[in-house]
Ligand binder design. Structure first.
Ligand code: ADP
Ligand code: MG
Length: 198
């Protein structure tokens, strides 16, 4: 399953990398799509080794690869998310009750970025995705929530990252990190919805 998830994420980012760069050009330095594509390709290239690992170890290893290969601001944040998911699952978190595990991992991302909900970052997708999951929404609803939440970053004023330097001029643009997070959420939900164990 993990190989399929990795491929679904890689393909989604590859298909939208140019758009993510355009979003980042408006309120950042234009590299978010390139950064995310590089990170996803590094994870894909490691796919065989990852498929042999227990889930917590695989998630942590993916996190390290994301830190090293996405770079920029987003690398350590996506990396923290995956590393914490792995750690939480190893230390007693229950994959069947995933919402609390995800919540703790998102909180680690917030601490790492010193950011909170409403700061116009990828957290503005992660928190609503967690809320939908905790409310036992269907996969299609979780994906829709992610997409809407990414769009809802447009009227926000960026408080963290490069976009924060723009102040009010960041208003009116969708946050690139929120957009990549929605793309990944949708890819994961779609894959899980179609997944049938062999
Ligand atoms: P960089 O800004 O270094 O070029 P990217 O363009 O790859 O990095 O990523 C930018 C995205 O990272 C932003 O759109 C935002 O969602 C996210 N981001 C940046 N700084 C923070 C932060 N401190 N906390 C949370 N998310 C952040
Ligand atoms: Mg950038």
């Amino acid at each position: 399953m993990i190989s399929g998830l990795i491929e679904a994420c890689r393909a989604a980012i590859a298909a939208h990398a140019d758009h993510l760069c355009e979003l980042d050009s408006a309120i950042g330095d234009g590299d978010h799509g390139t950064n995310m594509r590089r990170g996803c390709e590094a994870v894909s290239a490691d796919g065989h080794a990852l498929a042999d690992l227990p889930l917590p170890d695989a998630l942590e290893r993916i996190g390290m690869l994301l830190v090293m290969n996405i770079g920029g601001a987003a690398g350590p944040l996506y990396g923290t998310l995956l590393i914490e998911l792995g750690r939480q699952l190893r230390t007693g978190g229950d994959a069947a009750a995933f919402a609390p595990v995800l919540e703790r991992a998102i909180d680690a991302v917030a601490r790492r970025g010193r950011a909170k909900a409403g700061d116009k970052t990828l957290l503005d997708v992660l928190y609503p995705v967690h809320a939908a999951l905790a409310g036992r929404s269907a996969l299609t609803e979780i994906a829709e929530r992610a997409e809407h939440s990414a769009h809802d970053t447009a009227p926000m004023r960026a408080m963290r990252g490069r976009a924060a330097y723009l102040g009010d001029r960041s208003i009116g643009h969708v946050d690139p990190g929120a957009s990549s997070c929605a793309l990944l959420t949708t890819a994961i939900c779609r894959y899980l919805g179609e997944y049938r164990p062999a």
